[in-house]
Ligand binder design. Structure first.
Ligand SMILES: C[S@@+](CC[C@H](N)C(=O)[O-])C[C@H]1O[C@@H](n2cnc3c(N)ncnc32)[C@H](O)[C@@H]1O
Length: 223
């Protein structure tokens, strides 16, 4: 495996994704969802007044959630073309520093209260230097919060996705968007069935996926 070209390809693919699905509206960009993501570890009000960084900011929904939670300043790290989408989406630009760098290049500020990386590290072929940089940016006693895709409880999902990936990783962006349309309606049906049957991923489907707008459900399939 060529780690460097995989890393560059991942960044390029994400750039296309965020240009295609730029908005952060509704539950997808809400403090309610952020609270759900963080709840086992911290409450959103613990972010009030803090200096924080987010590694892998994409279209900026987490940056805006951090601002809404009261962060004093946010360092937003995004290496892809999505940096343009990020600039456009940020609600309080005076409180945000956007850096178009990879996570391992995050400066060693040494004074941040929190670094966050939500849905990012599992996409990076060699995440160790990113983790190291995240810790070096923290003040003594600061915290690094990571959200990753879970393997546990996702065996059916993985059984479906892995064979599909053999095909999808060779598809162009346009073909992927078309495939999303094909998969979208079975997903809508699946959500409906989850109300009546104890299907796999029912908890996630009803508590998260169903609350997303049609556009955001399409983004999740694409992702
Ligand atoms: C699934 S998205 C998550 C975006 C955002 N955190 C969110 O939850 O909406 C992953 C992001 O990580 C970025 N990324 C990929 N490789 C990276 C790297 N080496 N360093 C930092 N970010 C990276 C991608 O460009 C993409 O925007």
């Amino acid at each position: 495996m060529n780690l460097s070209s995989d890393k560059d390809q991942t960044i390029k693919d994400f750039g296309e994704q965020w240009l295609q699905y730029p908005d952060n509206k509704g539950y997808y960009g809400s403090l309610e969802l952020f609270s759900d993501i963080l709840s086992p570890f911290i409450k959103t009000d613990e972010i009030t007044g803090c200096r924080v960084a987010e590694i892998g900011s994409g279209g900026g929904r987490i940056v805006n959630m951090l601002l809404e939670a009261g962060a004093e300043h946010v360092i937003a790290v995004e290496p892809s073309e999505a940096i343009e989408v990020l600039y456009r989406n940020i609600r309080k630009p005076e409180k945000v520093t956007c850096l178009r760098i990879t996570g391992d290049q995050l400066p060693a500020y040494g004074n941040l209260d929190y670094t966050f990386s939500i849905g990012v590290l599992h996409h990076i072929p060699d995440p160790a230097p990113v983790v190291e940089a995240a810790f070096k940016a923290l003040r003594p006693g600061g915290h690094f919060l990571i959200w990753l895709y879970g393997k546990e409880g996702n065996s059916l999902y993985l059984a479906l996705i892995r064979p599909l990936r053999v095909l999808t990783k060779h598809l162009t962006h346009f073909m992927l968007v078309s495939l999303v349309e094909v998969l979208y309606w079975p997903l809508v049906l699946y959500i409906k069935f989850c109300h009546r049957l104890p299907l796999p991923l029912r908890g996630y489907v009803l508590s998260v996926l169903e609350k997303m707008s049609p556009k955001k459900r399409r983004l999740i399939i694409y992702d």
